[in-house]
Design a protein around this ligand. Structure first.
Ligand SMILES: Nc1nc2c(ncn2[C@@H]2O[C@H](COP(=O)(O)OP(=O)(O)OP(=O)(O)O)[C@@H](O)[C@H]2O)c(=O)[nH]1
Ligand SMILES: [Mg+2]
Length: 397
């Protein structure tokens, strides 16, 4: 699972990244602070099943606090994108190639409204229409796909004059590095309902197709960041009104970073995603004030706290519909090393018990006999559709 952070410069991509991964990265108020991509490990939060079994898990990967299981995911933070990037403005959009492998994008928007389209600070009396940032970014991402597509379009047209070309297959090949498959291509064409053959498509039809493909293969969730600022909340509300079909989450990456760093330094107890914390260490007056401000301006106002955890969770579980699955013996929850419920895996929507067996090991898949639900001890067949937080044993020959 790879989540890509995108947005214009200075919106707080690296701050979000650092808050989610605690990796050391550069953060600054001038545009293009990040040039080379930052790659790190963050976590999605899953209500751990160990509680139901009256036990405490020992994760092989990630960690568990108070029965909140944090399952690792990869996150990529890249350079800022500006309008016209597809024609080479700013740093261009070549660096988007770093995001080819992303399963989902988080578009970080500066909801403070204090920066212009290139991430530069605006004069005090000006306020940016933040919906423009959402629109231009969509356009730039779509142009990226369009340009990739146009590289093969001409040769495709020439070829199809002589022989029958399998369009979905040819397009999938061109986009193979971008995690686009033939089914997605067929799906997009079906949804668009074009009557003409691809070869007869007009320029605008080609654009509709490549935008649709971008949308399908790189879905996007919006983090309305900097909600702790004066205009943050107002601009977030405006975005929700303007784009009712999008998932938009109020966010304060800066606050999350402060909370996670304070927790790491043992100054507070804080579980990412919660809207409270408890002071425990020797806090200076300045630290106390800073934390009180976060509580007042962010945690007490927004039910999902700073929003950083909510963004990651919604991207993976709501937008992509992934399922958290625990391998678990029907009679014992420990593995051979004595670890309790050591694993929790993320599987794509629609996965079956057999898919899960193959996911664990090809041999389990090939020699699958049945699955057993560790809660109910019921037997499940290979076509059983997995549900989020299922705990299953795979029995194989
Ligand atoms: N008030 C407030 N400021 C924030 C927040 N998140 C980030 N910032 C500030 O915004 C500025 C830009 O942050 P970065 O994380 O470097 O932004 P970026 O999007 O990575 O910028 P580029 O790498 O230049 O594209 C810094 O001064 C941050 O401290 C937030 O939630 N609230
Ligand atoms: Mg950055």
């Amino acid at each position: 699972m790879l989540i890509g952070l995108v947005g214009k410069p200075s919106v707080g991509k690296s701050t979000f990244f650092k808050a989610a991964t605690l990796a050391e990265v550069e953060i600054a108020s001038y545009p293009f602070t990040t040039i080379k991509p930052n790659h790190g490990v963050g976590y999605v939060k899953v209500d751990c099943i160990d509680k139901e079994f009256n036990t405490q898990c020992n994760p092989n990967h990630g960690f568990c606090i108070n029965h909140n299981r944090f399952v690792p995911i990869d996150i990529l933070d890249v350079a800022g994108l500006v309008p016209g990037a597809s024609e080479g403005k700013g740093l261009g959009n070549q660096f988007l190639d770093d995001l080819r492998e992303a399963d989902v994008f988080v578009h970080i928007v500066d909801a403070s409204g204090t920066t212009d389209e290139e991430g530069k600070e605006l004069p005090e009396d000006e306020n940016r229409d933040v919906s423009k940032d959402v629109e231009f970014l969509e356009n730039e991402l779509n142009a990226w796909y369009y340009n990739i597509f146009m590289k093969v379009w001409k040769s495709f047209v020439r070829k199809s004059e002589i022989e029958d070309v399998n369009f979905p297959k040819a397009v999938a090949k061109q986009f193979s590095g971008l995690k686009v498959d033939e089914d997605q291509i067929k799906d997009v064409i079906r949804k668009l309902g074009f009557k003409e053959k691809p070869i007869q498509w007009s320029e605008s039809q080609v654009k509709e197709f490549t935008s649709g493909l971008r949308h399908e293969s790189k879905p996007m969730i919006i983090a309305a960041n900097k909600i702790d600022t004066d205009r943050g909340r107002e601009n977030y509300e405006k975005l929700k009104e303007k784009f009712p079909e999008m998932i938009i989450i109020p966010c304060s990456a800066d606050s999350e970073l402060a909370l996670r760093e304070a927790a790491k330094a043992n100054l507070i107890d804080y579980i990412p995603g919660e809207n409270n914390f408890e002071e425990k260490g020797n806090l200076s007056e300045a630290q106390k004030n800073a934390l009180a401000k976060i509580k007042r301006n962010v945690l007490d106002v927004f039910p999902e706290g700073t929003g950083v955890q909510a963004v990651l969770n919604k991207a993976v579980f709501e937008l992509l519909g992934y399922l958290a699955i625990f391998p678990a013996g029907a009679t014992k929850l420990k593995d051979s090393k004595g670890r309790t419920l050591p694993d929790c895996f993320l599987l794509p929507p629609g996965s079956t018990a057999l898919d899960f067996a193959y996911f664990l090991h090809t041999d389990f898949g090939k020699n699958f006999i049945r699955a057993i639900d560790a809660r109910s001890k019921k037997t499940l067949g290979k076509d059983y559709k997995l549900k989020n937080r299922d705990a299953l044993e795979i029995v194989s020959r």
